[in-house]
Design a protein around this ligand. Structure first.
Ligand code: NAD
Ligand code: UDP
Length: 367
């Protein structure tokens, strides 16, 4: 099934909406989501589908499993178009853009481990930068110029002031962050070279939590690196205790502080970004964070509230490369996109626990 034409229902709805003068961004778009079965992309797919957009998901399954597709279809209530392929595969992209009349691309596909990126930087540059170049080239060849990119707060590096706003200097301290910054610079150059491109780099802070259904969420392979998936496995008995990486930082309680953002808030941010690229041209980077920093102890306390019992913890040495504290200035997202986060830390932890109980402990989504 292709998207060579919008469905009849969509055309009718579009005509009706235009007839009653609903803002232009309410048109339905055909959207390619790269890395479509991954953590953030799958939640974004739910939000976009619910808003009436038609989706094509592309993923090479390097860090996700096909079973996420069925779960997504259950949530959305209809079949989705899924292509197993790599964003670096030119032939795959050309065939995709020929078959499906894509209006905009949201590019999530990428590798995301900071430590792995230091051990194998070439793999990260090849996948994250090489993949983005291949995608942008193919988009250009097919006249598709609306592009939303998954960037990261790691582009800022050591804080010179907080909160980070989008004008804060960008000086990543690891290869992963460098790959994100390089893609942002390519986007900026592209927008200068051809003002008809419409592009946003969304700089995510710390996405956590899961969809309310408990069917999709964050399910890393092996032992989790990140705080909330690790806590979820301690809570479910798969791991014995949470290791607190340092309690001697100059922060409110000595532990590291981060701007955790509910993945559904983040997903809704992508919907507003899609509206934005529909009706504006140029390039801009936008922070997606809450503007509030929580400590490791505060996250543990919220998780304990979600599960109704205490979680065992052990203080360990600081983790190499960790910053004591950082958080977003989210004002731009509100001013430009009309978006701000609405869900709190307790909702993040409760939904992460619900996903762990419903899907991960019961039967892994990594199948
Ligand atoms: P994820 O690993 O769950 O999702 C990424 C998806 O991309 C996976 O399904 C993977 O199989 C796929 N993929 C990777 N390389 C590919 C390729 N070459 N071709 C096709 N598919 C490919 O990660 P996520 O947490 O959902 O992150 C999504 C994006 O957001 C990534 O680009 C990541 O760098 C960025 N980001 C994530 C975070 C975070 O903390 N989760 C923070 C900031 C930015
Ligand atoms: N952290 C921790 N124990 C863990 C994982 C993380 O104490 O098992 C701390 C980490 O030092 C940081 C915060 O939790 O202060 C968030 O770390 P995470 O890896 O989730 O995200 P990061 O901000 O490093 O991308």
């Amino acid at each position: 099934m292709g998207l060579t034409k919008r469905s009849n229902i969509n055309s009718l709805a579009l005509k009706l909406r235009l007839a009653i003068n609903v803002p232009r961004y309410n048109v339905f778009m055909n959207v390619l989501i790269t890395g479509g079965l991954g953590f953030i992309a799958s939640h974004t797919a739910c939000v976009l589908a619910e808003a009436g957009h038609q989706l094509v998901l592309l993923d090479n399954l390097v860090n996700s499993k096909r079973s996420v597709l069925q779960r997504l279809e259950t949530i959305i209530g209809k079949p989705l178009i899924f292509i197993e392929g790599d964003v670096r595969d030119e032939a795959c992209l050309n065939a995709l853009f020929k078959t499906h009349a894509i209006d905009a691309v949201i590019h999530f596909a990428g590798l995301k481990s900071v430590s792995e990126s230091s051990q194998d930087p070439l793999r990260y540059y090849c996948n994250n930068v090489g993949g983005s170049i291949a995608l942008l080239q193919s988009m250009k060849a097919h006249g598709i110029k609306k592009f939303i990119f998954s960037s990261s707060a790691t582009v800022y590096g050591t804080p010179q002031y907080l909160p980070y706003d989008e004008s804060h200097p960008t000086k990543p301290i690891n290869p992963y962050g460098q790959t994100k910054l390089q893609v942002e610079e390519i986007m900026r150059d592209l927008a200068h070279s051809d003002p008809s491109w419409s592009m946003i780099a969304l700089r995510y802070f710390n996405p956590v939590g899961a969809h309310d259904s408990g069917l999709i969420g964050e399910d890393p392979s092996g032992i989790p690196n990140n705080l909330t998936p690790y806590l979820a496995q301690v809570a479910s008995g798969q791991l014995p205790f949470i290791r607190v990486f340092g309690d001697d930082y100059e922060t409110k309680d000595g532990t590291g502080e981060r701007d955790y953002i509910h993945v559904m808030d983040l997903a809704e941010g992508h919907l507003t970004a899609l509206h934005y690229v529909e009706s504006h041209t140029g390039y801009c980077p936008v922070n997606l964070g809450t503007g509030v920093a929580y400590s490791v102890y505060e996250v543990i306390a919220s998780f304990e509230k979600a599960i109704g019992r205490a979680i065992e913890r052990k203080i360990e040495a600081r983790r190499a490369g960790d910053l004591p504290v950082y958080y977003a200035d989210p004002k731009n997202a509100n001013a430009i996109l009309g978006w701000s986060a609405t869900r709190n830390l307790d909702q993040m932890c409760a939904s992460a626990w619900n996903f762990q109980k419903t899907s991960v402990s019961a039967s892994s989504t990594k199948k």
